[in-house]
Design a protein around this ligand. Structure first.
Ligand code: ZN
Ligand code: ZN
Length: 567
């Protein structure tokens, strides 16, 4: 068996719109990595899907007076549409409320229960005396017993980050009916006995010391060094997957137990829909030659670095994650996105205004690889106009228009082939080699910087050579410069594929089909240009007239948008 890559992106929660933090923090990096591996000819799957259980969905569906099923389907479709517009591609994007996911989750629960990794424990629980509902997690709010913040939730204090014991909340309030008439009742839940597996877990974690990011490994290590804490993985709710035990009537599996299993169940469903002969476990999740990479934000580290790896190791249903390039946050003008407080930009609307190339380009520069980053409209304008339009758009547009106008039947290919012997070409190859190494290491910003530097060199070369002046004095020399520019434009078209697929298509569509097939571009991307040379023929011909590639962002529009964020 040869090497395989399983890329997973955090399952977006089916409870509201996605913002730039989600896109730049998780889905865009995963998509670039996926496209990069595909171009290298690797066997790779990109798996994700909607996360559709849990209390916030229940509360919001009730508020919207919608059945849970309709509510989650609505957000599932919204998210899928947004991803399509941002050209974020998956092999499969499923739903955790589906039948196949329930089947896979029950398989895991039953195995862990049989292996005594799950145990029933009696515990106290809050119950509303007025509406009779049990009040787990976010169904109860009260004052935090650590920082005194007044809207701490039953699972977490949003102010100080404490993992809350709901029984200790001060002045608890029922989120169903706003009653403060709350009692403590005897109940029981099923707990995942993480503490039992501390030793094998730490041994596994130690193997990640050098490969995980400096923002991930030390954090996880410090949380786990002493011990692992057992966790309740069931709840008394009416939306979710039933606990598969006769004695546990009415209890549901906790959303954080079933959500990561979604990576596995969605892989199974993906292969089934592809009519693949692969077995989702033997060939993928349990294959020692599979590299599993989870793309997540920093708020999801505990579940991906600790809880799901333990579930995977103990059940034997999946190998634990190999790489966990968790990102920091993207803010909006320095503050966290908040739709309810109006501190928010609609990702759909921004894309409709500025186009997918501009948005992806700016968002790549915001990928918060090591520190939080911040979205501002004026930075979008600067990045797009000064870098993407002035550099890449300008070079390809000017040079290819000149070619199209003056050499309708093409420029001599031998000029482009001679260019391969120059120092400029060697310097460019060097940068592209660095680009591939950065992408192998999930360093997306550094990779794109290498490509922008190639574009800058090409643009500078074209400007210095002045082919429009040469055309009047030495037409052969002008043809040489234009043939080289055509080669460089093609090269940019190929190497923009993982970053800006729309721009890449626009550039490559200028060239003959024989040069732009997957076979030719894949080899070219890997630095092997023999197939390209073989297909090239005597002349480089453009099959259509070049159109403006990157529309400039309008300063007036930016000033208006920016004004709404002045306090
Ligand atoms: Zn607090
Ligand atoms: Zn109540």
């Amino acid at each position: 068996l040869s090497k395989r890559y399983l890329i997973t992106s955090a399952l977006p929660y089916g409870n509201g719109p996605l913002h730039f933090g989600h896109i730049a923090g998780v889905y865009l990096p995963a998509d670039i990595y996926y496209r990069h591996l595909k171009l290298k000819g690797e066997n790779v799957l990109h798996i994700s899907g909607s996360d559709e259980h849990g209390v916030p969905i229940m509360l919001n569906a009730q508020k919207a007076k919608q059945p849970y099923r309709d509510y989650v389907n609505h957000w599932h479709n919204e998210h899928k549409n947004l991803f399509a517009k941002y050209e974020i591609t998956f092999d499969f994007f499923g739903q955790t409320s589906s039948e196949y996911h329930k089947e896979e989750t029950l398989k895991w629960f039953n195995k862990l229960y049989a292996d005594k990794a799950i145990e029933r424990r009696d515990e106290k629980q809050l119950q509303c005396k007025d509406c009779n509902n049990f009040l787990p997690d976010r169904f109860v709010e009260g004052t935090c017993y650590v920082c005194k913040y007044e809207h701490a939730r039953g699972d977490e204090c949003p102010n100080c980050g404490t993992w809350i014991d709901p029984l200790r909340l001060i002045n608890p309030v029922c989120k169903f009916c706003s009653s403060q008439n709350i009692k403590v009742t005897d109940s029981y839940q099923y707990h995942l006995l993480l503490s039992k597996y501390h030793t094998p877990f730490m041994k596994w974690l130690g193997t990640k010391k050098d490969s995980w990011k400096k923002t991930v490994y030390p954090y996880v290590e410090s949380l786990c060094k002493e011990s692992l804490h057992d966790r309740a993985i069931t709840r008394d709710l009416d939306w979710g997957i039933d606990v598969p035990l006769d004695e546990a009537k009415g209890k549901k599996i906790y959303v954080w137990f079933d959500a990561p299993i979604g990576y596995v169940s969605n892989t199974k469903e993906c292969l089934r829909l592809q009519n693949s002969k692969d077995d989702y476990l033997k060939d993928w999740w349990l294959n020692k030659d599979t590299v599993v990479t989870n793309f997540i934000g920093k708020d999801n580290i505990i579940f991906h670095a600790i809880i799901f790896p333990v579930m995977s190791m103990v059940s034997g249903f999946a190998k634990p994650v190999d790489d966990l390039p968790a990102n920091q946050y993207v803010n909006l003008f320095g503050k966290q996105f908040s739709k309810s407080q109006g501190w928010y930009v609609d990702a759909d609307d921004a894309l409709a205004r500025f186009g997918v190339d501009a948005m992806r380009y700016y968002l790549i520069s915001l990928i918060p690889e090591n520190t939080d980053s911040s979205f501002t409209w004026s930075n979008l304008e600067a990045k797009v106009n000064n870098e993407l339009a002035n550099n890449i758009g300008n070079f390809v547009n000017r040079s290819m228009k000149f070619l199209h106008k003056n050499w309708a039947d093409g420029v001599k290919s031998e000029y482009a082939l001679n260019f391969l012997k120059t120092d400029l070409y060697k310097s460019i190859m060097n940068k592209l080699e660095k680009l591939r190494i950065h992408l192998d290491s999930c360093e997306f910003k550094a990779a794109l910087e290498q490509l922008m530097s190639v574009g800058h060199e090409a643009n500078l070369y074209f400007t210095e050579m002045k082919p429009w002046a040469l055309y009047k004095t030495d037409v052969n020399e002008a043809e040489r410069v234009i043939a080289e520019s055509a080669f460089l434009s093609y090269l940019l078209g190929v190497f923009f594929k993982p970053f800006l697929p729309h721009l890449s298509n626009e550039i490559l569509s200028l060239f003959e089909d024989k040069l732009t097939s997957d076979k030719v571009t894949q080899k070219f991307y890997c630095g092997d240009i023999d197939v390209f040379k073989k297909e090239l023929g005597a002349k480089i011909v453009l099959v259509k007239e070049p159109q403006a590639l990157i529309p400039k962002v309008d300063q007036k529009v930016i000033a208006e948008l920016e004004a709404s964020f002045k306090e």
